[in-house]
Design a protein around this ligand. Structure first.
Ligand SMILES: [Cu+2]
Length: 346
Protein backbone atom coordinates (compact mmCIF):
# COMPACT_ATOMS: atom_id res chain seq x y z
CA UNK A 1 0.00 0.00 0.00
CA UNK A 2 1.26 3.45 -0.84
CA UNK A 3 2.21 5.79 1.97
CA UNK A 4 -0.33 8.34 0.72
CA UNK A 5 -3.12 5.77 1.02
CA UNK A 6 -2.09 4.95 4.56
CA UNK A 7 -1.93 8.61 5.45
CA UNK A 8 -5.44 9.02 4.04
CA UNK A 9 -6.73 6.23 6.25
CA UNK A 10 -4.94 7.72 9.22
CA UNK A 11 -6.40 11.16 8.70
CA UNK A 12 -9.94 9.99 8.11
CA UNK A 13 -9.71 7.94 11.29
CA UNK A 14 -8.25 10.70 13.41
CA UNK A 15 -10.47 13.54 12.43
CA UNK A 16 -13.73 11.67 12.40
CA UNK A 17 -12.82 10.24 15.84
CA UNK A 18 -14.31 6.93 14.75
CA UNK A 19 -14.33 4.15 17.26
CA UNK A 20 -12.23 1.93 15.01
CA UNK A 21 -9.42 4.15 13.85
CA UNK A 22 -7.49 2.70 10.92
CA UNK A 23 -3.94 3.05 11.96
CA UNK A 24 -0.65 1.35 11.39
CA UNK A 25 -0.81 -2.38 11.78
CA UNK A 26 0.39 -4.01 14.96
CA UNK A 27 4.18 -3.70 15.17
CA UNK A 28 4.79 -7.37 15.84
CA UNK A 29 2.79 -8.43 12.77
CA UNK A 30 4.67 -5.99 10.60
CA UNK A 31 7.92 -7.18 12.08
CA UNK A 32 7.12 -10.72 10.94
CA UNK A 33 6.26 -9.46 7.46
CA UNK A 34 9.53 -7.60 7.26
CA UNK A 35 11.46 -10.69 8.28
CA UNK A 36 9.78 -12.76 5.58
CA UNK A 37 10.43 -10.16 2.90
CA UNK A 38 14.02 -9.60 3.90
CA UNK A 39 14.93 -13.27 3.81
CA UNK A 40 18.17 -13.99 5.62
CA UNK A 41 19.18 -10.35 6.21
CA UNK A 42 19.15 -8.61 9.59
CA UNK A 43 15.74 -8.55 11.23
CA UNK A 44 14.08 -5.26 12.01
CA UNK A 45 13.02 -4.70 15.61
CA UNK A 46 10.77 -2.16 17.29
CA UNK A 47 12.86 0.72 18.62
CA UNK A 48 9.83 2.48 20.14
CA UNK A 49 10.35 3.53 23.75
CA UNK A 50 7.38 2.55 25.90
CA UNK A 51 5.96 5.95 26.99
CA UNK A 52 5.09 4.42 30.38
CA UNK A 53 8.82 4.14 31.18
CA UNK A 54 9.20 7.33 33.21
CA UNK A 55 11.71 6.24 35.86
CA UNK A 56 11.19 6.27 39.61
CA UNK A 57 9.92 9.49 41.20
CA UNK A 58 12.40 10.84 43.77
CA UNK A 59 9.74 11.61 46.41
CA UNK A 60 10.83 13.31 49.63
CA UNK A 61 14.36 11.87 49.86
CA UNK A 62 17.51 13.94 50.30
CA UNK A 63 20.44 14.14 47.83
CA UNK A 64 22.08 10.83 46.93
CA UNK A 65 24.66 9.38 44.58
CA UNK A 66 23.17 7.74 41.48
CA UNK A 67 24.78 5.72 38.70
CA UNK A 68 23.34 5.45 35.19
CA UNK A 69 24.79 3.29 32.42
CA UNK A 70 23.79 3.93 28.83
CA UNK A 71 24.67 1.49 26.08
CA UNK A 72 24.83 2.61 22.48
CA UNK A 73 23.12 0.10 20.22
CA UNK A 74 23.04 0.48 16.44
CA UNK A 75 20.01 -1.51 15.32
CA UNK A 76 17.86 -2.07 12.25
CA UNK A 77 14.52 -0.75 13.45
CA UNK A 78 11.00 -0.35 12.11
CA UNK A 79 10.74 3.19 10.72
CA UNK A 80 7.11 3.07 9.57
CA UNK A 81 5.15 -0.08 10.37
CA UNK A 82 2.34 0.74 7.93
CA UNK A 83 4.72 1.41 5.04
CA UNK A 84 6.88 -1.58 6.08
CA UNK A 85 10.08 0.45 6.04
CA UNK A 86 13.20 0.12 8.18
CA UNK A 87 16.17 2.28 9.15
CA UNK A 88 19.43 1.67 10.96
CA UNK A 89 18.90 3.60 14.18
CA UNK A 90 21.65 4.69 16.55
CA UNK A 91 20.18 4.48 20.05
CA UNK A 92 20.79 4.77 23.75
CA UNK A 93 19.77 1.34 25.12
CA UNK A 94 18.07 0.15 21.94
CA UNK A 95 15.04 2.45 22.03
CA UNK A 96 14.10 5.98 20.93
CA UNK A 97 14.18 8.10 22.93
CA UNK A 98 16.89 6.81 25.28
CA UNK A 99 15.85 5.97 28.84
CA UNK A 100 14.27 8.71 30.94
CA UNK A 101 16.79 9.33 33.70
CA UNK A 102 15.32 10.67 36.93
CA UNK A 103 17.23 12.36 39.73
CA UNK A 104 16.93 15.09 42.34
CA UNK A 105 18.55 18.47 42.56
CA UNK A 106 21.71 18.05 44.66
CA UNK A 107 22.29 14.45 43.56
CA UNK A 108 25.77 13.37 42.50
CA UNK A 109 25.36 11.46 39.24
CA UNK A 110 27.77 9.07 37.55
CA UNK A 111 27.13 8.58 33.83
CA UNK A 112 28.74 5.66 32.03
CA UNK A 113 28.52 5.42 28.25
CA UNK A 114 29.27 2.06 26.63
CA UNK A 115 29.65 1.70 22.88
CA UNK A 116 28.85 -1.86 21.82
CA UNK A 117 31.67 -3.78 20.17
CA UNK A 118 29.79 -4.49 16.94
CA UNK A 119 28.91 -0.82 16.31
CA UNK A 120 30.32 1.19 13.41
CA UNK A 121 30.55 4.72 14.85
CA UNK A 122 32.11 6.73 17.66
CA UNK A 123 29.44 8.16 20.02
CA UNK A 124 29.21 10.30 23.16
CA UNK A 125 26.62 12.00 25.37
CA UNK A 126 25.88 15.68 26.08
CA UNK A 127 23.32 16.18 28.87
CA UNK A 128 21.80 19.65 29.12
CA UNK A 129 21.49 19.16 32.89
CA UNK A 130 25.29 19.23 33.27
CA UNK A 131 27.59 22.09 34.20
CA UNK A 132 30.85 21.17 32.39
CA UNK A 133 32.54 21.01 28.99
CA UNK A 134 30.16 19.77 26.32
CA UNK A 135 27.68 18.54 28.93
CA UNK A 136 29.92 15.49 29.26
CA UNK A 137 30.50 14.94 25.53
CA UNK A 138 34.25 15.57 25.71
CA UNK A 139 34.66 12.97 28.48
CA UNK A 140 32.57 10.27 26.83
CA UNK A 141 33.87 9.93 23.27
CA UNK A 142 33.80 6.15 22.92
CA UNK A 143 34.85 4.01 19.97
CA UNK A 144 33.11 0.65 19.47
CA UNK A 145 34.05 -1.64 22.36
CA UNK A 146 34.95 1.23 24.72
CA UNK A 147 33.22 2.70 27.76
CA UNK A 148 33.85 5.94 29.66
CA UNK A 149 32.35 7.62 32.73
CA UNK A 150 32.05 11.04 34.30
CA UNK A 151 30.44 12.52 37.40
CA UNK A 152 28.39 15.69 37.78
CA UNK A 153 26.28 17.33 40.41
CA UNK A 154 22.69 18.22 39.49
CA UNK A 155 22.45 21.95 40.25
CA UNK A 156 19.28 23.10 38.44
CA UNK A 157 15.91 21.35 38.60
CA UNK A 158 14.07 20.86 35.30
CA UNK A 159 13.44 18.51 32.41
CA UNK A 160 16.55 18.34 30.21
CA UNK A 161 17.36 16.80 26.85
CA UNK A 162 20.45 14.68 26.35
CA UNK A 163 21.86 13.64 22.98
CA UNK A 164 24.89 12.35 21.16
CA UNK A 165 27.25 15.15 20.10
CA UNK A 166 29.58 13.30 17.74
CA UNK A 167 30.03 14.71 14.21
CA UNK A 168 27.91 14.87 12.19
CA UNK A 169 25.90 15.77 15.30
CA UNK A 170 22.51 16.26 13.64
CA UNK A 171 22.94 12.91 11.87
CA UNK A 172 23.42 11.17 15.22
CA UNK A 173 20.37 12.95 16.64
CA UNK A 174 18.21 12.30 13.58
CA UNK A 175 19.18 8.64 13.82
CA UNK A 176 17.70 8.41 17.33
CA UNK A 177 20.37 9.49 19.80
CA UNK A 178 18.38 11.64 22.23
CA UNK A 179 16.51 11.28 25.49
CA UNK A 180 15.70 13.25 28.65
CA UNK A 181 16.86 13.54 32.24
CA UNK A 182 14.46 14.94 34.83
CA UNK A 183 16.06 16.72 37.76
CA UNK A 184 13.25 16.94 40.30
CA UNK A 185 13.11 19.83 42.77
CA UNK A 186 13.47 19.31 46.51
CA UNK A 187 10.42 17.34 47.69
CA UNK A 188 9.83 15.90 44.20
CA UNK A 189 7.06 16.66 41.73
CA UNK A 190 3.47 16.38 43.04
CA UNK A 191 1.92 12.96 42.53
CA UNK A 192 -0.39 12.46 39.55
CA UNK A 193 -2.35 9.43 38.33
CA UNK A 194 -0.39 8.80 35.12
CA UNK A 195 2.90 10.00 33.69
CA UNK A 196 4.14 9.54 30.12
CA UNK A 197 7.46 10.07 28.33
CA UNK A 198 7.21 11.22 24.70
CA UNK A 199 9.77 12.80 22.39
CA UNK A 200 9.50 14.16 18.88
CA UNK A 201 12.25 13.83 16.31
CA UNK A 202 12.75 14.62 12.63
CA UNK A 203 14.36 12.07 10.32
CA UNK A 204 15.94 12.33 6.89
CA UNK A 205 15.89 9.37 4.55
CA UNK A 206 16.60 9.03 0.85
CA UNK A 207 13.82 8.45 -1.63
CA UNK A 208 13.85 4.83 -2.75
CA UNK A 209 11.50 1.92 -3.27
CA UNK A 210 13.69 -0.26 -1.06
CA UNK A 211 11.96 -1.02 2.27
CA UNK A 212 15.27 -0.26 4.01
CA UNK A 213 15.72 3.51 4.13
CA UNK A 214 19.09 5.23 4.35
CA UNK A 215 20.15 8.55 5.84
CA UNK A 216 20.09 11.55 3.45
CA UNK A 217 22.73 14.18 4.16
CA UNK A 218 21.23 16.35 1.43
CA UNK A 219 17.79 16.41 3.04
CA UNK A 220 19.32 16.99 6.49
CA UNK A 221 21.19 20.04 5.15
CA UNK A 222 18.00 21.28 3.51
CA UNK A 223 16.12 20.63 6.79
CA UNK A 224 13.49 18.70 4.83
CA UNK A 225 12.62 15.62 6.87
CA UNK A 226 11.05 12.57 5.27
CA UNK A 227 9.63 11.49 8.62
CA UNK A 228 8.63 13.19 11.86
CA UNK A 229 8.16 10.74 14.69
CA UNK A 230 7.11 10.37 18.30
CA UNK A 231 9.21 7.82 20.19
CA UNK A 232 11.18 6.94 17.11
CA UNK A 233 8.76 5.30 14.67
CA UNK A 234 6.02 6.76 12.44
CA UNK A 235 2.56 6.44 13.98
CA UNK A 236 3.71 3.91 16.60
CA UNK A 237 2.13 5.63 19.61
CA UNK A 238 -1.13 5.98 17.71
CA UNK A 239 -1.21 2.28 16.83
CA UNK A 240 -0.58 1.50 20.51
CA UNK A 241 -2.26 4.30 22.49
CA UNK A 242 -1.34 5.27 26.02
CA UNK A 243 -4.18 4.37 28.40
CA UNK A 244 -5.76 6.43 31.19
CA UNK A 245 -9.10 6.47 33.00
CA UNK A 246 -11.61 9.31 32.89
CA UNK A 247 -10.82 11.61 35.79
CA UNK A 248 -7.09 10.81 35.86
CA UNK A 249 -4.62 13.62 36.23
CA UNK A 250 -2.17 13.06 33.39
CA UNK A 251 1.38 14.44 33.14
CA UNK A 252 3.43 14.30 29.95
CA UNK A 253 7.17 14.77 29.89
CA UNK A 254 7.53 15.95 26.30
CA UNK A 255 10.76 16.81 24.58
CA UNK A 256 12.11 17.47 21.12
CA UNK A 257 15.28 15.70 20.07
CA UNK A 258 15.10 17.40 16.69
CA UNK A 259 17.63 17.95 15.31
CA UNK A 260 15.84 20.76 13.49
CA UNK A 261 12.09 21.15 13.97
CA UNK A 262 10.40 23.13 16.75
CA UNK A 263 7.20 21.44 17.89
CA UNK A 264 3.97 23.37 18.34
CA UNK A 265 2.88 20.77 20.86
CA UNK A 266 -0.87 20.31 21.11
CA UNK A 267 -3.33 17.66 22.27
CA UNK A 268 -6.50 17.48 20.17
CA UNK A 269 -9.62 17.29 22.35
CA UNK A 270 -8.20 18.71 25.56
CA UNK A 271 -6.61 21.80 27.06
CA UNK A 272 -3.41 21.68 29.05
CA UNK A 273 -4.52 22.70 32.55
CA UNK A 274 -0.88 23.40 33.38
CA UNK A 275 2.28 23.87 31.34
CA UNK A 276 5.75 24.14 32.76
CA UNK A 277 7.17 25.90 29.71
CA UNK A 278 10.59 24.79 28.50
CA UNK A 279 10.71 22.11 31.18
CA UNK A 280 11.14 24.50 34.10
CA UNK A 281 9.90 23.57 37.57
CA UNK A 282 8.68 26.98 38.73
CA UNK A 283 5.14 28.31 38.45
CA UNK A 284 3.15 26.74 35.59
CA UNK A 285 1.23 28.57 32.92
CA UNK A 286 -2.49 27.79 33.13
CA UNK A 287 -5.02 26.82 30.43
CA UNK A 288 -2.78 26.47 27.38
CA UNK A 289 -3.84 25.16 23.96
CA UNK A 290 -0.47 24.83 22.23
CA UNK A 291 3.03 25.20 23.59
CA UNK A 292 6.24 25.70 21.67
CA UNK A 293 9.06 23.22 22.26
CA UNK A 294 12.37 23.84 20.49
CA UNK A 295 14.88 21.20 19.46
CA UNK A 296 16.94 20.39 22.53
CA UNK A 297 14.05 21.61 24.69
CA UNK A 298 11.16 20.20 26.65
CA UNK A 299 7.90 20.89 28.41
CA UNK A 300 5.95 19.33 31.23
CA UNK A 301 2.19 19.44 30.68
CA UNK A 302 -0.72 18.25 32.80
CA UNK A 303 -4.41 17.82 32.14
CA UNK A 304 -7.31 16.09 33.76
CA UNK A 305 -8.86 13.52 31.44
CA UNK A 306 -12.33 14.93 32.07
CA UNK A 307 -14.18 13.01 29.38
CA UNK A 308 -13.69 9.71 27.55
CA UNK A 309 -11.82 10.37 24.29
CA UNK A 310 -8.83 9.61 22.19
CA UNK A 311 -6.70 12.66 22.93
CA UNK A 312 -4.37 13.06 19.96
CA UNK A 313 -0.90 14.46 20.54
CA UNK A 314 0.46 16.36 17.56
CA UNK A 315 2.77 19.11 16.44
CA UNK A 316 0.18 21.66 15.26
CA UNK A 317 2.35 22.23 12.21
CA UNK A 318 0.09 19.47 10.96
CA UNK A 319 1.92 18.61 7.76
CA UNK A 320 4.16 16.67 10.14
CA UNK A 321 1.22 14.44 11.04
CA UNK A 322 1.39 13.27 7.43
CA UNK A 323 5.01 12.32 8.09
CA UNK A 324 4.14 10.08 11.04
CA UNK A 325 4.08 12.50 13.98
CA UNK A 326 1.14 11.46 16.14
CA UNK A 327 0.40 9.77 19.46
CA UNK A 328 -2.84 8.97 21.25
CA UNK A 329 -3.83 8.99 24.89
CA UNK A 330 -7.04 7.02 25.24
CA UNK A 331 -9.21 7.93 28.23
CA UNK A 332 -11.69 5.17 29.05
CA UNK A 333 -14.77 5.59 31.20
CA UNK A 334 -18.37 6.72 31.24
CA UNK A 335 -19.52 9.69 29.18
CA UNK A 336 -19.81 13.02 31.01
CA UNK A 337 -22.77 14.59 29.16
CA UNK A 338 -22.61 17.80 31.20
CA UNK A 339 -19.23 18.47 29.56
CA UNK A 340 -19.71 16.99 26.10
CA UNK A 341 -22.60 15.42 24.23
CA UNK A 342 -24.19 15.19 20.80
CA UNK A 343 -27.30 17.16 19.88
CA UNK A 344 -28.90 20.41 21.02
CA UNK A 345 -29.61 22.00 24.39
CA UNK A 346 -33.06 20.93 25.57
CU1 LIG B 1 26.23 9.06 18.33
Amino acid sequence: MKTSAIIGMLLVGLFTFGSSISLAADQSVVQQLLQVEKGTGPQAVSIVRDPNEVGKPVGKRGPETLKFTLEVQEVLGILDAAAKTTYTYWTFNGKVPGPMLRARVGDTIEITLKNNKGNSMIHNIDLHAVWGQGGGAALTNVAPGEEKSFVFKAMNPGLYVYHCATPIIPQHIASGMYGMILIEPEGGLPKVDKEFYVMQGDMYTEESKDPEKYFSLHDLMEEQPSHVVMNGSAGALAANPMKVKVGDNVRIFFGVGGPNLTSSFHAIGTIFDKVWAEGNTGAPELNVQTTSVPPGGSTIVEFNARVPAKYILVDHALTRLLKGNVAIIQAEGDAIPDLFRAGKVK
